[in-house]
Design a protein. Structure first.
Length: 270
């Protein structure tokens, strides 16, 4: 299947190709545990994750830089109040866009080729990826840039298992995203890996912006264990193994069947 703008997110494309977000559905990130049962239900069209306002605000800003904002707004009448003014969350998205556009370097980072679709075989599976802003190998600013809108750029997330705080980059697995985009780009164009950065804005009262260049070491580390995980996902998608239910996500709660009482302690197990 050849991927285009119109079939990139289709069910068929998701069956044929693995993507970073599908990988995260199965395996999880520090911030959001994966669930094989939920990931498979999504592929079968039996489950859709809730679309949050925060996600839509991100898509709003993405749409602006893709040049599809008019179309995106027309598709979402719920962005507007009765008097046809934008609701507060989307007014903030407009403010984010204006803040970004005031910064020359941020705009340079966003000036690459937009929404470039790449596919390649990695770790035994076909992958797809879509680059927000790609400065190709002839460009003086040769790099891959991904745009993110977050709550607070400087938020620290406590990870009990690591005994340390991490930034939003590690928490949401953007180091893994960078690592995969690098490999896709390299598989298509050859040569060395290209630098990856996150161009980010937050939604604090006074908006903060940064372009964060990810360390190659961190991206390489994010790939540890990926081979085994991909093998497992391939077997799950082929129906060779049964998906495990995490027991905690919305899908597992929604579909669970009780068979026996649990003990009191199990209620507060973490
Ligand atoms: Zn689950």
């Amino acid at each position: 299947m050849f991927l285009t703008e119109s079939n990139y997110y289709s069910q068929q494309a998701n069956w044929e190709y693995l993507s970073v977000s599908q990988y995260k559905d199965f395996i999880g990130t520090l911030g959001k545990p994966g669930c094989e049962a939920r990931a498979m239900a999504k592929l079968r069209g039996e489950w859709e994750d809730e679309t949050t306002t925060a996600m839509l605000v991100g898509s709003y800003v993405d749409a602006h830089f893709e040049g599809t904002l008019d179309w995106f707004r027309a598709k979402h009448p719920e962005f507007f109040k009765k008097n046809s003014e934008l609701k507060a969350a989307y007014q903030k998205a407009e403010e984010v866009i204006q803040r970004i556009e005031r910064d020359e370097f941020f705009m340079l980072c966003m000036s690459g080729e937009k929404q470039v679709i790449l596919t390649a075989e990695l770790f035994g599976a076909m992958w797809k990826g879509k680059l927000d802003s790609y400065h190709n190998r002839k460009s003086p600013y040769n790099s891959i840039v991904d745009l993110k809108v977050v709550k607070d750029l400087h938020e620290r997330f406590w990870i009990k298992d690591l005994g340390q705080f991490v930034s939003f980059i590690e928490y949401w697995g953007y180091d893994l995203q960078g690592a995969i985009y690098q490999l896709l780009e390299q598989a298509v164009y050859g040569g060395e890996k290209v630098p990856f950065s996150i161009a980010a804005a937050d939604k604090q009262k006074t908006i903060d912006i940064e372009v964060i260049g990810l360390k190659q070491r961190d991206m390489d580390n994010a790939l540890l264990g990926i081979e085994g995980n991909v093998k497992r996902i391939i077997d799950l998608k082929a129906g060779k193994v049964e998906p495990v239910r995490c027991g905690k996500c919305d899908y597992c709660k929604f579909t669970k069947k009780l068979t026996a009482p649990i003990s009191t302690d199990m209620l507060i197990e973490v």
